[in-house]
Ligand binder design. Structure first.
Ligand code: TRP
Ligand code: SF4
Length: 404
């Protein structure tokens, strides 16, 4: 259910644990670039999250942070449209995480499916730490801090958004009940002015008497667009619609990122640990070499052996990069041994070079101007902190820490 949430605000983060590759580009970055035109985007480097798994050897984190920001910019993230920041430079995230930890049942964290999965998968690391158990709660703090309505994530992260929603609900339940709530709501309704007040009441009626969900949506929207009432009053009015107390931390939605079709050079998922990537900064020569040496259908030993594209990772790449006519040419040529594998790879080399050319140029511009990159991030951190401080102030107040 929507609420006081900034429907139009998107928040997402990425862990700095190595160079970004075409998997990130096709899977995440192109999506972010699109979203930055449709929403108010806060995008951040999740360096503390990286530390939960890389605490024994954190060097890769510091080596990756700035390059990652550069890769975002090179991919087309526009610092004029999106706010870019680094998690550890907005220490308010740590305070919110701490405060949320007070009211989050241990079982909720132990039951997040990624918890046991990751411990199992990353056996070489000791993840029996306090920090790693808290990973998804830190993520909840990241999200709730900005009251983001939409969180673009892959399917593997949906359980973390679900946890975030539960934490928000519990927080609002515990701390959104203030003495005299009903009277305060009544006063807030009147502050909206005659017309809006009347509309608010009638929408509420429609929802309560007829279960009209769209009336509920409209009522939230009406509250959201009020200019003359305080944030606290808005939270009361949102909460009243839901039949709860104040909605201090609104529940976000996962904005599921469509699964990337971009496989690795060997046909498995593209991943640094499989050593099957093309990074966003690979040189022209690297790209050529890597594609030329991609494995193909093992049945094609000689040029005269016919092949089957379904058994070949190169074909998967044609599905990403090639149009119908090229695909037909591949299907035909492969099955009749009419083309060689190097020939088949040629259009892919061209497409990847074409795709990476402007990215490389922008990346080298930013890489050559580290001061510019730092100032973009510094500005983003400042903007993020402003938003974060507002939320924290209310959270402190609600949790009884407002006696300063
Ligand atoms: N856990 C996310 C990942 O591994 C990164 C992340 C941290 C994140 N905080 C977030 C994503 C907040 C979305 C919102 O991909
Ligand atoms: Fe793969 Fe193309 Fe060679 Fe067929 S011709 S095996 S699709 S590389």
């Amino acid at each position: 259910m929507s609420s006081a949430v900034s429907e139009q605000r998107v928040l997402s983060g990425m862990r700095p644990t190595g160079s970004l590759h075409l998997g990130h580009y096709h899977g995440v970055l192109k999506n972010w670039v699109k979203l930055q035109h449709e929403y108010e985007c806060f995008l951040f480097v999740a360096d503390w999250h990286a530390l939960t798994t890389h605490y024994e050897d954190p060097r890769v984190i510091e080596e990756s942070v700035w390059d990652m920001v550069i890769d975002w910019l090179a991919a087309g993230i526009n610092p004029g449209s999106a706010t870019l920041f680094i998690q550890s430079r907005v220490p308010e995230h740590a305070e919110l995480h701490l405060l949320l930890s007070m009211m989050t049942p241990l079982g909720w964290l132990e039951r997040v499916p990624t918890y046991k999965d990751q411990i199992e998968q990353l056996k070489e690391k000791d993840l029996a730490t306090y920090g790693f158990l808290g990973y998804p709660l830190l993520q909840s703090a990241d999200i709730l801090m900005y009251r983001a309505g939409q969180v673009p994530v892959g399917a593997d992260q949906v359980s973390h958004i679900e946890l975030t929603r539960e934490v928000a609900r519990r927080f609002n339940y515990l701390y959104g009940r203030e003495p005299g709530f009903e009277e305060l709501v009544e006063q807030a309704i009147q502050k909206m002015g005659k017309k809006s007040a009347k509309l608010y009441r009638s929408l509420l009626n429609k929802y309560q008497e007829q279960g009209d969900e769209s009336a509920l949506e409209t009522a939230h929207a009406l509250v959201r667009e009020q200019q003359n009432i305080t944030l606290s009053d808005k939270e009361r009015l949102h909460g009243f619609i839901e039949g709860s107390g104040k909605v201090i931390l609104p529940e976000p939605q996962a904005l599921l990122t469509p699964a990337s079709k971009m496989p690795g050079l060997d046909g498995r998922k593209m991943s640094k640990s499989y050593n099957n990537t093309i990074t966003m900064r690979d040189s022209e020569d690297d790209v050529m070499h890597k594609i030329r040496t991609m494995p193909t259908d093992p049945a094609r030993v000689r040029l005269t052996d016919a092949g089957d594209p379904e058994k070949c990772p190169v074909w998967q790449w044609h599905l990403v990069y090639s149009d119908d006519s090229t695909r037909n040419w591949v299907q035909q040529g492969c099955k009749t041994a009419g083309i060689g594998c190097l020939e088949c790879k040629k259009p892919l080399i061209d497409s990847v070079q074409e795709e990476l050319k402007p990215i490389r140029i922008r990346a080298s511009e930013y890489a050559g101007n580290p001061d510019l990159v730092k100032s973009i991030v510094a500005e983003g951190c400042e903007k993020a902190r402003d938003a974060a401080k507002q939320t924290l102030e209310e959270v402190r107040e609600a949790m009884g820490l407002g006696y300063f």
